[in-house]
Each structure stands twice: as C-alpha cells, then as structure tokens.
Design a binder for this molecule. Structure first.
Ligand code: AHM
Ligand code: MG
Length: 337
C-alpha cells in the first residue's frame, strides 16, 4: 500500500482545486479524527457496554442505539470546535446544530449520518459514517445560517464520502475530482491511499434491495425486479442478489464489483408513497460519489443531484450504481408513467 495520506493526496493531486485550502484540510482532518474514534469504539463493541439501545427515540422515530449516540456525540463535539463550520445537521437531530457564538466559525456546512446501518451494530456487520459538505452561499462573518442556506440543491455539494467500519476501516471520498479510497493502517493510525480514482463498472452483476417489501411496491418496481432476475436482461442471466441492509456496505461492494442498490418507495396503507433513505445525509452524498465514479443515482426517474431539498430530513427513493443498470430502471419507470 502507498504511504500517501488523505491530506497529502488532497494537496498533491488537487493543487488547482479550491479544496486544497488550509481550512478545508482542517475540516477533513477533524472528520478523520472523529472517524478514528468511532472506529475504535466499533471495534471494541461487545467488550465494553456500547451494544443495545439507549431507551431514546430519534427524530426519525427510530430507537437510538448506544453506538449511534456515541458516534453522533463524537462528531458534534469535535466538528463544533473545528473552527471551519457555520452549521451542522445530523440524521439523529431534528434541527440544525448551530455553532455557539463563543466558538470560532467558518463557512462550511457539514451534514452527516453518524452511524449508518444501525440495525447491524449488534451483530458485527459493517456499518459506516456518511458525510456531505456544502459551502455557505454568501459569507456572513460568523452569523448563524438560515435553513434556506443549508437546503442547497444537491449538486452544490463540494465534498462527500463515507467511512466504512468493516474488515478494515476505510475512507472513500470525493471533492469532485474523482473518488479515492484510503484504508486505516492501525499500526500508524493513518488512512493511507489504497484505491485511487475508483470507477464503478458500467454494467453491474449484482442487485441489492430488501425484497421483503414486494407487496408494497408498484407494478413498475416489480417489473424492475423481474428484469434483474430474468435471463433476458443485459447479462443474459439473473444478477446475483446481495443485501446487507447497511447502505454504506452495500454501496461499497457494488462500487467495487458493479451493481445497483435500490430502495424504492413503498405504497403505505393510506395510499401515499414513501422512500426510506434521507436525501441530504444518505442519498445526496452517495449520489455525488457514484457520479464521480462513472455511475448514476436517481429516484427511479430523476437525478438525485438535481433535487432541491425542501426539508432537512426529506426522504427519497434511491436507485444507485452502475450506469447501465440505473438507466434500465429509469426506462422501466418512464414506460409506466
Ligand atoms: P439508518 O440510517 O437508521 O441505519 O437506516 C438506513 C439504513 C440503510 O443503511 C439501509 O440501506 C436501510 O436502512 C435498510 O433498511 P431496511 O431494513 O428497510 O431494508
Ligand atoms: Mg442511515
């Protein structure tokens, strides 16, 4: 493995990029330190009392697990003091997390899912932290940003990525100059470049979806699934089915092997349709990554990065992965419109 760290890579390969600034580098450095602390705790799960629930319910109506809370607290505590942010938003908190007046502030906005794939925490399956960074549209010398300034079109992200706590801990990120992967070398405590300029195969061979929701899908979604199982598809044989139930882990595998991850909307008892994944802290950051890796991300029809969020915890259906597969899904949905 190379000896290049994330910061060195950013400075060496993106000299022309406005991202290669001291302030942006501090932001990433703090984020990386937070992830190392979370990774350490995840690795110890089972030995220390971090498994199970806290007894609280979060803004999404889900039971909060102890590690969820730990990861959220680490990120809020560290990033609040980074001196480069003017606001944060977390999947676990209903409102924006402001930076109090006595702390130094900057112009970046950080949105994150502290521990994605929570249902896998207690059973030793890969989980991750997802992050998305925007710049405040207008500099306002330390004023707290309004919600309107935070709800920017998803293609305004200047950086996104994830940490995956798996068989090794990795960081995968983009600043709009390709997707790069770094593996944590525990002996030196640094993320070292291991996957430079990652590209997803144009044609996938895996589909990932929770098929137990079959009865709450519309006919178009059922046709999509039938396509991936059929012999008359682009592969000429059924795709393999792989579903971990941890977006970061499912995404990471498909990025490396080629494939499509799907979380279609479900028709609820009252007739409404609802996606599960959160636009700002899950779908949008992954969409930026996949486009940078040569893939595609849609809600079935529309490009995720074209979304203008209307609320912080907005949910969307998500189809993300290899270009040919996501485009095929789009054609099927368009036919049913
Ligand atoms: P979380 O952020 O509360 O962990 O929920 C998001 C997770 C994703 O990681 C995963 O893709 C999805 O929920 C799995 O949902 P389901 O159990 O409905 O298949
Ligand atoms: Mg999540």
């Amino acid at each position: 493995m190379s000896q290049v760290t994330v910061t060195e890579h950013l400075l060496l390969h993106q000299k022309k990029s406005p991202m290669a600034t001291g302030r942006f580098t501090s932001l990433l450095t703090e984020l990386i330190l937070s992830a190392k602390i979370i990774s350490r705790e995840v690795t110890k799960a089972g030995l220390v009392d971090v498994l199970g629930f806290t007894g609280e319910t979060n803004v999404q109506g889900e039971k909060v697990r102890k590690l969820d809370e730990f990861a959220n607290n680490v990120l809020i505590h560290r990033m609040r003091r980074s001196g480069v942010l003017c606001a944060m938003a977390s999947e676990e908190n209903g409102d924006l997390i402001h930076i109090s007046g006595d702390l130094p502030r900057g112009d970046y906005i950080l949105i994150f899912d502290p521990l994605d794939g929570s249902s896998n925490i207690d059973v030793n399956v890969s989980i991750g932290t997802i992050f998305s960074i925007y710049r405040r549209p207008l500099k306002k010398n330390g004023e707290t940003p309004s919600m309107r300034e935070v709800l920017q079109t998803c293609d305004k992200q200047i950086c996104s990525g994830y940490f995956i706590y798996g068989s090794s801990t990795m960081m995968v990120y983009t600043t709009g100059e390709g997707v790069h992967g770094f593996t944590l070398d525990p002996s030196v405590g640094e993320f070292l470049l291991s996957h430079e300029d990652m590209k997803i195969p144009e044609q996938g061979r895996i589909y990932s979806v929770n098929e137990a929701y079959w009865n709450s899908w519309d006919p178009a979604t059922k046709e999509v699934l039938a396509y991936f199982k059929s012999r008359e598809n682009a592969l000429g044989k059924p795709y393999s089915s792989r579903y971990i139930g941890s977006l970061v882990a499912d995404f990471h595998r498909n990025l490396l092997y080629g494939g499509i991850f799907m979380y279609p909307s479900r028709i609820l008892d009252n007739g409404e349709r609802q996606g599960k994944l959160r636009l700002m802290c899950e779908a949008a950051p992954m969409a930026m990554l996949i486009e940078q890796a040569g893939g595609m991300a849609t809600d079935g029809i529309n490009r995720i990065l074209d979304y203008q969020p209307t609320e912080l915890h907005q949910r969307v259906p998500l189809f993300i992965g290899s270009k040919n597969d996501v485009e095929t899904v789009r054609q099927i949905y368009l036919k049913h419109q």
